[in-house]
Structure formats: structure tokens, C-alpha cells
Design a protein around this ligand. Structure first.
Ligand SMILES: [Zn+2]
Length: 479
């Protein structure tokens, strides 16, 4: 009897704290988070995301995306949320929303989209994840999973014994935007909501399906699409489903609306297409940043820039990885250093056996981590440079417990101020929009601007097949 009462108490306690109404379905779902907590979580992560990826400084483009998102939010299942758009200055092909309603769009995704309807579909999809509370549900299901983990650990991967090994394999664990991996069902639901919200807000509901179709055509074996497809899987099934949703709408409503291709392409004209030299770019095996006025001689090493660091570099035998970051000090250099050191230590699953400032160098902090694969050393050099805290971190595998600063020293020797001549030459690549003339074909444009073999890709990139006639405005790019 006692046991039964206890069980009943536990159940009702769980019901009280763990369930909430899903705004989309109207049913009960497991959710430990109140709206206020969701909002708070989002506000906590927003500055971190912006610090890491940088905001793309095009106010007109941001306002345009914001207007679309406002229209979608107003007709969504959670119209009271304040959906705020941030454009991220990264060529990664992704968009995501975090609890509380902040929506992020990487400029790398915007160059693939072909119309306002497609943008509305993608934004509707992301808002759908928020209204259906997909990430808070996922966090509620897996106890101990916090949103930071969902987002990907900022520096060291949190959960794996292979931590340090992965760390040396740049890009595999540190690419943060592989973040929110929802279930297939969640993705399907978000697509359905994307179609619904886009239609209700007055856009053509065809957008979601068209974006999926374009990625399906472009992806092939191209690894750069894997990130998007891994967090947003099965695009073929999804483009089919999106078509079904649209045909359901079409049964009793007029869905014929403008896709607004020309208006959209006018907004993304001249958008930066690759890495922004402001933030950092790799040219001829060297790294340059115009904002930070820095250059790093790569000397045949391997760079990785997609993970949001200013620079990540691996030396040729791949025994050490170097990370360069410029930190905001907020008038407190000491706190900046401590926060950076704690950030690196805080998320590690391995045992940290020693940590201290190197006695012979006041500005080098060093610690040893013991993992199943052996000892790893992290050495961090701090120095104030052009009003920011420059932090150069070297991660390396040791043969024993004897620490060394040899790799840190050689990395520091490779780091130097950017020359005026170098800065002058660094111009970011930008997207050109071409107005079709009589007689143009996909083949003729490919031949003139790229190579005849690229006609197919040019058509796909523009959301068309080779057999389709040319739209009036054409994105001159292949990517
Ligand atoms: Zn999604």
C-alpha cells in the first residue's frame, strides 16, 4: 500500500513539473522548461553565438529577413514570442532557432536560396522547431543534457573519451553548427509547419519543397552539404512530403502566389560568399585577418576556418593543433583570461592533472589532461593586442608527462602583424546577379563565366534544370 501511494505521488510530481501543453498539437508533452526559462536560455546563448561567429553587418538584409520572420511569427502557434533574427558571418550552409525565439541565418545559406518563398519556407521551418518546442522536449527527455551540449561544446567536446583525439582531428567535433540534431519526426513536423506558416503569412507555400529539391540536386557527394543534411536529414523524403502538404492546401485554397525571385535576389546581391577577410581568411597557405591586423604563416599546415574560431591550424605531422582567438576584455583583462581558461577546462570529461601559469613565462598558462589515449597538453599564450586579448592555444599529445613549449613557440613565431600591402589585396568574394539577355542559355553563361562543363551546376544553383528556360535574374556562382 505504501509503495502504491509513493508511486502515485511520484507520478503526479512528474506530471506537475514535467509536462506541458504543446502549442502545436494541443496535447501533453514532456517539458521541464517554462516559457520564461526558454527565453532566459536563449538570451544566455545569444552573446556566445555572436562572439563566435560574428554578425554579418548588412542591416538592410537583416531587416528584410526580420520582416519575413515577423509575418511568420504572427501566424504561428506562438505569436507572442519575439522572434529576433541574427545574420551570422559564416559561409556555413545553415539556419537554426534557439529556445525563446531567436533565429539565426548563416549568410552561407542565403546564397543557395532562390526566392522569398524559399526563405519564408526555411524560416517557417525554424520557427516550427520553436513553436513545437522540439529542443526543450529533447532536453527534457535526456536528463542532464543542457542546451550548451545541444549547441555543441564551444571548445572541448563534452562527452567523449576520444575527446582529445577528436580535438586533433579538426572540424569533426568543433564544428558547432552541426548542433541541433532533431529527430526525423521533428524535422517533418517543422517542414509541415514551414509550409503552413508561409501560406498563412501570404507567401507561396512552395518554398520548403523547392529548397529541399535544390539541395537534393546539388548535394551529390559534396561534403560541404553533409553538415546541413546531417542536421536536416532525408531531403528527398522531405521534398516529397512538402509537395503533399502543398497539394492538401491546394484542394480548397488558391495557392498561386509569386515566388518573388527577383525581389529576393536583389536583396542578396553582393553578399559575401566565402570567408570574410575581416574575420579571417586563408590564402596561399597563410591566414589573414583585416579586422585584427594579423597574419599567420601556415608553412604547409592544415587550416580549418569553419568552426567559428578566428583560426584553427594543425601542424603537418598533425601532432598539435593551434587556435587563435581575439577576446573582448570588457575592461577586465584578468577576468578575460580566467574565463577563457575555465571555459576550456569546464567541459572536459578527462582528468586534469596539473594546471598553472608557466613559471618562466608570465603570460603562458599550461595544463595537462589525462585521457585513455595518454597525456595531452594545453598551453595558452595571452597578450593584449590592439585593444583585445589575443589568446593562442596549442593542444598537443605528449609522449610522457614532460610538458614542452616548443610548439607554442613555433606557433608564436608564425604569428605577425598584417602588412598594409597584404590588407590592400584582401577583398572578399561577392555574389553577382546577372540579368539575362536574349539568346543566353545555361550553356552559354557557363562557358562565359565558368566552363562549359558547369552548365548543369549553374542551373541547379539557380533552382532550375538544364531544360528550364532562363529566369530573368541569375546568380552567377557555382559553389
Ligand atoms: Zn530543422
Amino acid at each position: 500500500m505504501k509503495k502504491l501511494i509513493l508511486a502515485a505521488l511520484i507520478c503526479s510530481a512528474l506530471l506537475l513539473t514535467g509536462c506541458g501543453i504543446n502549442p502545436v498539437t494541443g496535447g501533453y508533452t514532456l517539458n521541464f522548461y517554462s516559457d520564461a526559462q526558454e527565453y532566459q536560455m536563449g538570451e544566455e546563448y545569444h552573446p556566445q553565438l555572436v562572439a563566435q561567429y560574428g554578425e554579418y553587418a548588412d542591416q538592410n538584409l537583416r531587416n528584410y529577413v526580420q520582416d519575413i520572420v515577423n509575418r511568420l511569427g504572427d501566424v504561428s502557434h506562438r505569436p507572442d514570442l519575439n522572434y529576433r533574427v541574427t545574420l551570422l558571418d559564416t559561409p556555413e550552409i545553415n539556419a537554426f532557432a534557439i529556445p525563446g525565439g531567436r533565429v539565426y541565418v548563416c549568410r552561407g545559406l542565403l546564397i543557395y536560396i532562390n526566392s522569398e518563398a524559399e526563405l519564408a519556407g526555411v524560416m517557417g521551418h525554424e520557427i516550427g522547431h520553436v513553436t513545437a518546442k522540439h529542443s526543450v522536449q529533447q532536453m527534457s527527455k535526456q536528463q542532464g543534457l543542457d542546451f550548451g551540449l545541444l549547441l555543441g561544446a564551444v571548445f572541448l567536446a563534452k562527452d567523449s573519451e576520444q575527446n582529445a583525439q577528436n580535438f586533433l582531428n579538426l572540424g569533426s567535433t568543433v564544428s558547432n553548427l552541426a548542433l541541433l540534431s532533431y529527430s526525423r519526426e521533428d524535422e517533418m513536423e517543422a517542414d509541415r509547419l514551414g509550409v503552413e506558416y508561409a501560406h498563412k503569412a501570404g507567401f507561396s507555400p512552395l518554398g520548403v519543397g523547392q529548397v529541399m529539391k535544390m539541395f537534393e540536386r546539388m548535394s551529390g557527394k559534396q561534403s560541404k552539404f553533409n553538415l546541413l543534411l546531417s542536421s536536416h536529414p532525408a531531403s528527398e523524403t522531405r521534398s516529397k512530403q512538402a509537395r503533399i502538404e502543398v497539394s492538401k492546401l491546394a484542394e480548397n485554397q488558391d495557392i498561386n502566389r509569386e515566388l518573388d525571385r527577383g525581389a529576393y535576389l536583389g536583396k542578396i546581391k553582393n553578399i559575401i560568399t566565402g570567408h570574410n577577410p575581416e574575420r579571417g581568411v586563408v590564402n596561399n597557405g597563410n591566414f589573414y585577418s583585416t579586422r585584427y591586423q594579423l597574419a599567420f604563416n601556415g608553412g604547409g599546415g592544415k587550416f580549418s576556418m569553419d568552426n567559428g574560431y578566428l583560426m584553427a591550424w594543425q601542424n603537418p605531422p598533425q601532432t598539435a593543433a593551434v587556435y587563435l582567438e581575439m577576446l573582448e576584455m570588457n575592461n577586465n583583462p584578468e577576468k578575460t583570461k580566467t574565463t577563457q581558461m575555465e571555459k576550456n577546462l569546464g567541459t572536459t570529461a578527462h582528468t586534469v592533472t596539473g594546471r598553472n601559469w608557466n613559471s618562466s613565462r608570465g603570460n603562458v598558462y599550461i595544463y595537462l589532461a589525462q585521457t585513455k589515449e595518454g597525456y595531452y597538453q594545453v598551453s595558452q599564450y595571452f597578450n593584449i593586442y590592439r585593444g583585445k586579448m589575443l589568446c593562442l592555444t596549442v593542444l598537443e599529445k605528449l609522449t610522457g608527462q614532460q610538458t614542452t613549449l616548443a610548439n607554442l613557440d613555433s606557433a608564436l613565431q608564425n604569428l605577425r602583424p598584417l602588412s598594409a600591402a597584404e590588407a590592400e589585396q584582401l577583398k572578399p568574394p561577392r555574389l553577382e546577379i546577372y540579368t539575362a539577355r536574349a539568346g543566353d542559355t545555361w550553356e552559354s553563361l557557363a562557358q562565359t563565366y565558368f566552363s562549359p562543363a558547369e552548365a548543369q551546376k549553374l542551373a541547379w544553383f539557380n533552382g532550375c534544370e538544364l531544360t528550364d528556360s532562363l529566369p530573368e535574374k541569375i546568380k552567377l556562382g557555382l559553389f
